[in-house]
Write a protein that binds this ligand. Structure first.
Ligand code: NA7
Length: 504
């Protein structure tokens, strides 16, 4: 309201996906109550709220694809469905008393560091706020990318992106084109095939597919998870270490080719008997270079009578017709664009402005998309990124690096409290040294730039997405904030109201 002072918080968090909610839960667990969470939508859940397409599910075991500090004994299957994951996130929000901190329908449209005041000015939902510390948990698979195809805008049928599914469109008997063959498409295609009339699957690049070992959690397993203290933790640790073995293989392309690729080739041979089709489904890169795909029904679905795999590129859309490079014209009623996200040019980076009013996107465009331990960027005091650059575990659960990022942020807050610091800013030389070392780790791995094109790399020359080694290394480097990497200032410009850290 007019004349009222601008609300100030010690911590402002952006987003209520795994990153933002996890941060909020940990803040509460540490006794910090002076924080706000901005959410652009009307409900929590991030990517698991937005993606509601038929067949949507995780492809990392739910035991691992969840918070270590908010365990759930009730997972129904090895890999949780979207509905189950969303329910889990909503349950966490209630269980840890986080909901009262969330401002829904508050999209962050700008955040600027005020050097004089030593705090962030945030515009969200058309209102102004200030915060000492800003935590960006906006994710990287959060802003849909539609394909740049001539005439797509004037398509006369129904068009929607996989992450913005239009449930009002009845697909029964319809002619449907699915563009893309990534993780989303390989779940959508088998789920809608039985009901649609004709399905055209437009593949630009085939990916390696591994079987998905999905099982219903049996009674004994459930009883153990519920009744035996430490059992759940033990199983989670077991899964985690299984994943580290995959990291070991992927860091050595020869080993990856022998083992994982052998498995993927076998899966393709077993499931696709038609040799010509098999040839069109065989990637020309090493397994793991792009995100690995997991499915038992993708290949069998491609052999169904009402399904056509189209590998000639789409040249344009005219009216209700999709035209491909070979001149074929396919009339369709619906186009599903399962074409991915702006992972390496994140909209939020254009909205966050650090010292001198320079945006994060601008800094990254000029100096490369990097951060120190995936979390902090020189020129952006008191900004902590969850899932910043090089935090994607191509071989494991993203929740692990999310937890690492949260650890780092919380330890920084603790250090600020203990030493009476008002700002922390990573030193450019610490950021550079960290990234030089990190990029060296790409040498000889399947993720080295030049291996294949993927959302890991986008338009960049280096790989700004993948953390090219074991998850334990990420967790180790983010366990404690190393203050020698930071420039700190004391003397609080603005009183920190209501902050009460337990400071253990
Ligand atoms: P992805 O993995 O980015 O996949 C997008 C797919 O769309 C991929 O097959 C792309 O082919 C294809 N694509 C993108 N643009 C076009 C155009 N213009 N024409 C044809 N095909 C196109 O997104 P998903 O949503 O499947 O998965 C995202 C992540 O979510 C996934 O990695 C998991 O972590 C969960 P390309 O391979 O680029 O040739």
């Amino acid at each position: 309201s007019q004349g009222a002072p601008t609300p100030h918080f010690r911590v402002a968090v952006i987003g209520t996906g795994f990153s933002g909610l996890g941060t909020a839960i940990r803040l509460k667990q540490q006794g910090i109550d002076d924080f706000v969470v901005f959410e652009r939508a009307g409900e929590v859940g991030g990517t698991w709220r937005d993606n509601s397409y038929p067949g949507c599910a995780g492809d990392i075991m739910s035991l691992l694809y969840s918070f270590s500090f908010a365990p759930n004994t009730e997972w129904k299957t090895t890999f949780a469905t979207r509905d189950e994951l969303l329910a889990y996130l909503k349950d966490c929000t209630a269980r840890y008393g986080v909901r009262e901190h969330i401002l829904f329908d508050h999209e962050v449209t700008g955040a600027e560091w005020d050097e004089r005041e030593g705090r962030w000015h945030v515009q969200a939902g058309g209102r102004a706020f200030t915060a000492q510390v800003l935590v960006a948990g906006a994710g990287y698979l959060s802003d849909a990318k539609l394909p740049d195809i001539d005439g797509l805008d004037s398509f006369t049928g129904e068009l929607f992106h996989s992450s913005n599914w239009n449930h009002d469109v009845d697909l029964r008997g319809k002619r449907v084109a699915v563009i893309g063959t990534g993780s989303s498409a390989i779940q959508i295609v088998p789920a809608i095939q039985p009901e649609v009339g004709q399905l055209h699957v437009h593949q630009r690049t085939p990916g390696w597919v591994l079987p998905k070992n999905d099982k219903v959690i049996g009674k004994l397993q459930l009883a153990l998870r519920r009744g035996v203290p430490g059992y759940q933790k033990f199983r989670r640790g077991f899964n985690k270490w299984g994943r580290e073995i995959v990291a070991f293989w992927l860091a050595r392309p020869k080993a990856a080719t022998k083992t994982l690729q052998g498995m993927a080739e076998k899966n393709l041979r077993k499931n696709v008997k038609d040799e010509a089709l098999r040839a069109r489904l065989t990637p020309d890169f090493t397994v793991g270079c792009k995100r690995m795909l997991f499915s038992n029904d993708w290949y069998p679905t491609l052999e169904k009578d009402n399904v056509e795999l189209v590998t000639d590129g789409i040249t344009r859309v005219e009216g209700n017709t999709v035209v491909t490079a070979d001149g074929t014209r396919r009339e369709v009623d619906v186009i599903v664009a399962a074409t991915g996200f702006s992972a390496t040019d994140r909209p939020i980076a254009h909205r966050i402005r650090g010292r001198g009013g320079v945006s994060l996107a601008q800094t990254w465009a000029e100096e490369g998309m990097t951060a120190y331990v995936g979390s902090t960027v020189a020129g952006f005091p008191n900004l902590f990124l969850i899932l910043g650059p090089n935090t994607v575990l191509a071989h494991s659960s993203v929740t692990l690096t999310i937890e690492g990022g949260i650890n780092h942020t919380l330890d920084a807050l603790k250090a600020m409290d203990k030493r009476g610091l008002s700002t922390l800013e990573v030193k450019p030389e610490a950021q550079t040294a960290y990234n030089t070392r990190l990029q060296e780790r790409f040498d000889g791995t399947v993720w080295a730039p030049g291996g294949c094109q993927s959302w890991y790399i986008g338009e960049h020359e280096t790989n700004p997405s993948v953390f090219p080694t074991y998850s334990w290394r990420f967790l180790k480097q983010t366990k404690k904030v190393d203050l020698t990497a930071y420039t700190a200032t004391t003397g609080v410009a603005t009183p920190v109201v209501g902050a009460r850290s337990t400071g253990t």
